[in-house]
Design a protein around this ligand. Sequence first.
Ligand code: MN
Ligand code: MN
Length: 384
Amino acid sequence: MKKLFLILTFTFLFASTVFGQTNDPLALGNPSNAGTELNLPGNYLVIHKGFTLSYNKERGAANWVAWHLQKSDIGKTERTNAFAPDTTLPVEWRILPTDYSGSGYDRGHMCPSKDRSDTEYNNQQTFLMSNMQPQAPKLNQQTWKYLEDYTRELVGQGNEAYVYAGCYGDKGKLSNKITIPTGCFKVIVVLPEGDNELKRIDKTTRIIAVDMPNDESVSRRWRTYLTTVDEIEKKTNYDFLSNVSKKIQKAVESIKDQSTEQLPQKNETNVPAKKNASKEREYQLGPRGGCYYLTESGAKKYVDKKHCSEVKDSTAQPAVREKKEPEPKDNEPKKENEPTEPESKPAEKPVSKDGRTYIKGSRGGCYYINSSGKKIYVDRGLCN
Ligand code: MN
Ligand code: MN
């Protein structure tokens, strides 16, 4: 055992020296200093293969979920829809997939399904209920999703990303268990692919921070909700990027992402609702001039008329299409099955992953040894 441990340690040290790479979702910091003691029910650290979170028993959801995204995470595995309770939590803390039933709120992923589509196992993990928040359907299926799509586009263009996502506020409970948040935030640190991320973060590092309302009034355009990390820190009391020097934090956390604001303000109204795009609604003009779409059950749902002007304004389409903006259009969601990066192979045996060496215990548990020499038990999948 000891020998194996040494071999693993050396393998890791070698790998990290040569590649300098750590995909630990918390490489940039643990925003709320979450810990693995069970007497921390409001800030309990859960490490899954693929993402790490701070669980809040009282909310029945995570305070935040953190993950690292790189090209190889995105593959061809279809959504497994494997909604399941998170069994790494004590039984009485767990949320069941049915706890959201009939509530009118979506089970909104924090770490998106598609961000873990390299293997079936990794995709299943994203369906753990600890990775879900009650999100208004329009937020989950449109605004929030378009930013998820955009992040994957950035990764497809040669970047990697560290992402923190969470929800805050309280407007009631689902099933007497799950707090319905008033808003959800996201902090996305974008870096060109490479090693030693922590050393590469400087005053010019791009950070996309958004804060979105959790209701149907939300605009489809995620850029409406750009904000600064400072603002989100003030609101949530978390400290993002705490492993980065104070000086650099001070610089990057006060900047609202600008690079997208040079775009003409056309986005929201000129792009037609796409036919057949999965989950994209098709707005229809009603006989009396109202604007509606058909819900899954076939009922007409009337919405703001501006949605229909997108469909009507067909003359604007070719002009928009031809213009070929260098900036990806976040509001034209990609079809789910569009081929992504061909080189995305499943990761090698993740025994030493995320900067840690995971060890299979004698009773089948999986753990790593933290800096104070303590065994920290984690999701068993990490040892596979
Ligand atoms: Mn979602
Ligand atoms: Mn900070």
